[in-house]
Structure formats: structure tokens, C-alpha cells
Design a binder for this molecule. Structure first.
Ligand code: F6P
Length: 470
């Protein structure tokens, strides 16, 4: 069997502390890699003036190979281009993008550096799977170095319509470079449709069926592969975790109040400020609930060196203080706000304890917290998921209370509705969503992408059909 070589910026090298690197990518790829043999290559998490040869660790048939990056290049590639240009534009926030040629050059240089390091270890029949926006030009860099392997790309974050995408300076060298992959996968039909329109209107690609495209002498496919989770694994983790002293302490501290939870990286795309406004509107409009509910927002800091993140950090802290000052009482804090990272088991336990899960990003590729919230619930007495219609997960989780995260009144009434929902309705919504999570779990995600990459006859829209018809 061909080896699988996975490449992503972050690599979840096992450390045994139960904490995964931040974000859905590491969780998803980690689960997919555990099922297979191969190499997972990426950045070590360190910047060094003299990067040594990549360091390798082998655990359970997976070889984790990571490399340091030079501080200036890391800064240009990761902070400067990936997270100050690509991240905002791909999340529809053109207003926050800060382009500089130096950062663009640094991004290309790091992709070329990754291609050089990979060239030292690739074999001709390796199947290569590249992840996310940090590495969009990687197939082009590998092709230039003569690698003819099957190479797939999966975008974990959204892809906006061509009108927004073309505001990206040099977009043809970045987004257009995706055409050097053999398969390009997206989270939703919406993202794939936006890319399809970009291909035909901007790149001049030709297609007969909307899935197989031709540009010059290159043919490639696009497809939809919504990332899943391991629902039974999370359910088990959560039901064990509620018995732990960590979760019992939290439960005792609530003194019988209902808990509403949000768990997000502290990122402007997650809509935390809008959500807090929605909670404030709930407290305003539902005086009978004051003193009976606690909203716990867990928000580990992320990309703090980037000014837009530091600004948002300050704005959220200010708003939390304002609400607690306005509505709190000596024995009741309406909103508990923590910037720590917790173990996966602790998060699962907290999700299970919460009567409502608030997942209201302004834009999100998928949002695995939404799926984990559903999986973590007690099926006999489940909580209610309140989900942004702009999260990729909304295409699958029809049993959630869908909200427009910009509409504070809608968030407020969804919170009330969730807290007052009958058990019969909660169970029905939950079992519908759990069935979707089972049908499209993490194993299915990885298998369907890799089958599509390695068995070229496979139709590309089969997965979304399976999810819809369930
Ligand atoms: O899941 C989306 C994603 O952007 C990943 O690519 C990334 O690893 C994760 O979020 C966390 O972000 P960062 O690696 O910048 O901390």
C-alpha cells in the first residue's frame, strides 16, 4: 500500500498531556492519522536562526517530522501573510487584511522550504495530503521539483465568492496555484461552489460536470468533504469526565443554575463579541432568568502578536466586565470568562454539563466544537445547540437552533428557547444530529477524501448526498 504523507502547518506530535494543538485541523488530522501508517510533516512550533535538520518521532506507525523556521520567515509566512491576509479574506473580512510584498515573498519562501525538506523524504508512489491555507502553493512548489505524486489539498476554513477572493493581491499565484493539486476538497457545497466560480471566471478553467476541471494541460477535481468527529469517542469521554472532580467542582459552583457554554479560540471570526451582546440582550429581555443562568466562555488566546487579535482580546475583556458590573450581584456572576486551554476530556465534560452550547461564528469552515457539543450530551437529557448559520456545521446540523450571529435579538431568544425547551423536543433534535455525526464521522471524512484522491473514477458529490439523505 502507498504511504500517506500529510503536511500541515501545525503537527500534533503526541506529548501525552491530553492537550491537542489549537484548532479543528489538528484534532481532525490526528484522528485520521491514527488509522493509517505514514508521515506527518510540518512546523515544529519553534523559530530558530539556524534550523537544524527536521526532527522525527515515531509513534504507532506514524512518523512525525517537524522543522523549525527562521524567525523572520516564520513571521512573514505565519503572522504576516497566512494570518493577516489569507485568514481575514477567506473569512470574508477584507477590511482586516494587511498585505505586504515582503510577507507574500516570505510565505512563498516557506512553502518552497517545505517542498525542499519534503523532497528529501518523498518516494514516487507516496500519496500526499496537504492541509489548509498556510500551504496553498505547496503542490506547485513540489511539481517544480519534479514530483508527479498524487497530491490532494483540503481547506479547513471557508472560501468566499470570487468578488472577495480577487481582492487578494497576487491571488492567481496563491489561489490559482491550487490547480497543481489533483484533488481540492472543501467543507461545504457553498465553499466548493465559490471556488468553481473563481476557476471558470478568473482562471479560465473548463469543466463539463462542475467537478472535473482542466487548465492548460492540467486536470484536477474538486469535492465536498465536511470534517467529522468521533461521536461515540466524545460521548464516552464526556460521560466519564462528568464524574471527575474537575467537572463536579464546576457543577457545585453553579449552585443549581443552568449553564450556557462557549468554547472558541480567541479569534474575531468566532463572533464572541456579538455573542456577548446577544447574552446581554437575553439578560435585558428575560429578567426572570437573571440569577438563574451562568454563561461560561472559554477562549484560549490565539495569534496574540497580531494587532487585530490583541484589539479583540481587549474588547472582549471590556465587554465581559461591563456585563458583570451591570447585571451581576454579590453572589452571582452572569458571565465567567477564562483564557485557558483545557484538556480534551475536561472540555467534553463541561460541554455535557451545559444546557445550551453557543457556537455563533461570523464565518467558520466547519466548527468542530458544534459537533463535539452534540456528541458530548447525555442522550436522555441533552442540551441544545445554538448555531450560527454561517458555520459550515449548519449545513449538517439541522436539529440546532440556527441563528444569524449579527442579530442580538435572535441570539437572545434562542438562549431562552434553549433553556425552556421540552425534553421531548431536545431529545428529538439531539438524536437527529447524533445520527448525522455517526453517518459522517472522522473516519468517513478521511476515507472519502483519500478514496477520491486515489480512485479517480469516484464521483465527488457522493458524500454530501449521503449527509443530506440521512
Ligand atoms: O482549523 C483552522 C486553523 O486555522 C488551523 O489551520 C490552525 O492550525 C488552527 O486553526 C489554529 O490556529 P493556529 O495554528 O494559528 O494557532
Amino acid at each position: 500500500m502507498a504511504r500517506l504523507v500529510v503536511i500541515s502547518n501545525r503537527v500534533a506530535v503526541p506529548e501525552g498531556n491530553g492537550k491537542a494543538p489549537p484548532g479543528g485541523l489538528a484534532v481532525a488530522v490526528d484522528a485520521a492519522m491514527r488509522e493509517r501508517e505514514g508521515i506527518w510533516f510540518g512546523w515544529s512550533g519553534k523559530a530558530s536562526e539556524t534550523p537544524a535538520a527536521p526532527a522525527a518521532t515515531e509513534v504507532d506507525h506514524v512518523r512525525y517530522v517537524v522543522t523549525d523556521l527562521r524567525p523572520t520567515e516564520f513571521d512573514e509566512y505565519y503572522h504576516g501573510f497566512a494570518n493577516r491576509v489569507l485568514w481575514p479574506i477567506l473569512h470574508y473580512r477584507v477590511d482586516l487584511a494587511e498585505f505586504s510584498s515582503a510577507n507574500y515573498e516570505g510565505y512563498l519562501r516557506v512553502n518552497a522550504f517545505f517542498a525542499d525538506r519534503l523532497s528529501e523524504m518523498l518516494q514516487p508512489d507516496d500519496v500526499i495530503w496537504v492541509h489548509d491555507y498556510h500551504l496553498m502553493p505547496l503542490a506547485r512548489a513540489l511539481r517544480i521539483r519534479g514530483h508527479m505524486n498524487r497530491i490532494g489539498f483540503f481547506l479547513h476554513i471557508p472560501l468566499p465568492p470570487p468578488d472577495l477572493l480577487t481582492t487578494l493581491p497576487k491571488h492567481k499565484a496563491i489561489v490559482g496555484a491550487l490547480t497543481d493539486f489533483d484533488l481540492i476538497g472543501f467543507q461545504t457545497e457553498n465553499d466548493a461552489g465559490n471556488f468553481a466560480r473563481y476557476l471558470t471566471t478568473t482562471i479560465g478553467a473548463a469543466t463539463r460536470d462542475g467537478r472535473l476541471y482542466q487548465v492548460g494541460d492540467r486536470a484536477f477535481r474538486i469535492g465536498v468533504f465536511p470534517v467529522g468527529i468521533d461521536p461515540h469517542g466524545i460521548r464516552k469521554l464526556a460521560s466519564r469526565a462528568v464524574k471527575s472532580s474537575f467537572v463536579s467542582d464546576l457543577e457545585r459552583s453553579l449552585v443549581g443554575r443552568s449553564m450556557v457554554i462557549g468554547v472558541d479560540r480567541l479569534d474575531y471570526s468566532k463572533g464572541i463579541l456579538h455573542r456577548i451582546d446577544g447574552y446581554q440582550r437575553f439578560l435585558e429581555s428575560s429578567p426572570d432568568w437573571r440569577g438563574k443562568v451562568t454563561y461560561l466562555q472559554i477562549a484560549p488566546r490565539s495569534r496574540s502578536d497580531i494587532p487585530e487579535y490583541a484589539d479583540m482580546d481587549a474588547a472582549v475583556s471590556g465587554k465581559v466586565g461591563h456585563i458583570n458590573g451591570l447585571y451581576g450581584d454579590v453572589a452571582w456572576v452572569p458571565l465567567r470568562y477564562v483564557n485557558r486551554n483545557y484538556r480534551r476530556s475536561e472540555v467534553a465534560g463541561m460541554l455535557r454539563l451545559a444546557r445550551a452550547g453557543l457556537v455563533t461564528p461570523l464565518r467558520d469552515g466547519m466548527n468542530l466544537v458544534a459537533k463535539e457539543y452534540v456528541a458530548a450530551q447525555d442522550p436522555d437529557d441533552p442540551g441544545v445547540l445554538i448555531l450560527s448559520e454561517f458555520a459550515g456545521a449548519a449545513a449538517e446540523l439541522e436539529g440546532a437552533l440556527l441563528v444569524n450571529p449579527h442579530d442580538h435579538d435572535e441570539i437572545a431568544s434562542a438562549i431562552r428557547n434553549a433553556l425552556e425547551m421540552t425534553i421531548t423536543e431536545r431529545r428529538a433534535r439531539h438524536s437527529d444530529m447524533f445520527a448525522v455525526l455517526e453517518a459522517n464521522d472522522i473516519k468517513y471524512w478521511a476515507k472519502s477524501f483519500l478514496d477520491a484522491l486515489t480512485l479517480p473514477g469516484r464521483p465527488m458529490n457522493w458524500l454530501s448526498q449521503r449527509v443530506r439523505t440521512h
